[in-house]
Design a protein around this ligand. Sequence first.
Ligand code: GLN
Length: 485
Amino acid sequence: MELYKLTGHELLKKLSSKEITSEDISLALKKRIKETDPRVKAYVRTDKSGTEAKRIEARDNSALKGIPVSIKDNICTDGLNTECSSRILTGFKPPYDATVIKKLKVSGASILDLKTNMDEFAFGSSTENSFFGPTRNPWNLECVPGGSSGGSAAAVASDEAIMALGSDTGGSIRQPASFCGVVGLKPTYGRVSRYGLIAFASSLDQIGPITKDTEDSALLMNIISGHDPFDSTSACVDVPDYTKSLGMDIKGLKIAIPKEYFVEGLDPQVKSSIEEAINELKKLGAEIKEVSLPHSEYAVPVYYIIATAEASSNLARFDGVQYGFRAEDSRSKDESKLISMYKDTRGQGFGQEAKRRIILGTFVLSHGYYDAYYLRALKVRTLIKEDFDAVFKEFDCIVTPTAPTAAFKIGEKIEDPLRMYLSDIYTISANLSGIPAISVPCGFTKNDLPVGLQILAKPFGEETLFRVAHTYEQNTPWHKRRPTL
Ligand code: GLN
């Protein structure tokens, strides 16, 4: 068996029995990337390889010693290009590591010197909004891998990565995991430090793992979770050993199915895979009951007000002065040189979707519209969160589809932002409410495209997610299937 095909935990066993070395893994992975990435395009700036991430000497028994981890292009890596797949950050090499990277290095993981592709600044659901061009879905190269962490998901699915990190603001870990047939987890807001994650919407963003199975997801969560004095929104809550939740059964667990997630817009093939998965959970001993999350229909509009408002403010720092790209001097006669430099840099440096969001966000925050849009959206956000609180009083978790469809064709939705925004209709509420959610493979469409099952739990209920996801995974064949490339 080729080493790149294995999971992190399988490789760790081989490493500890000294059957292989970490160099064997890196060599196998580099070869795989070289052969496969020209078709999949999961990584950016592949010409730049050779720059080594600075290493920290880890102890021999460190949890991830020798395992390579692939990192999304919006997570700062000391000395390695981190460009959010945007022209405006061209050449930006952070002088420091994000907290998650520091923790990975201490655990002995090796940080891959290539970053994974993404929608520019994580704006999107298809990885088509990348300055570097789209990533392709390993199951069908004509389809999108989902987004915005499409590069990380496609890399894991095509065995071009052992494990990866993504970021999730409205679904960007779970939706691509679903489209690519891998496991993606968005942690509770505050569980994982955001220090060094280039901000999209600070009240929604979380970094999380994208892996081949739930055991690897738990291994990564053990390392990246925990309070960080550098992130004032990170929570002072103890981190359990998530691997202890693996292998527990789900007998008697109470699972809620929200009826609002099974209405018009849900693809019939996705629906039937989800129904089969729910039946499987029932067979495994869970108690299943239908519930209502009455404010679900407002999740998408509320999200696109709050997320764009925060994005417009976070992106104000990219002006050609401090980071990356600066436009050539093209001063108009009537303007000061500085103002025209700002305008040209932002005009040329941001792509279309980034501009759309900056304009939308500035609008909803402007005097006269703030109360009508932004403030009202914040109030509805609370109602959405209260819907979840009510369900979790009675239930251990909620199960839904991750996305309303399987992967769609490249180009199919890019001209129609509203249709694209609906790709996240089932994932956004978890970010608005701050709760954790995982997507696990649960079947395939007739065209052999993966379908994902989403499991949601109350804040800091990641152990429940692992318990349900792992039990389901161990009793179904889906996570073992790999695309032929
Ligand atoms: N697709 C959503 C958006 O475009 C979510 C993105 C994300 O989670 N980063 O905003």
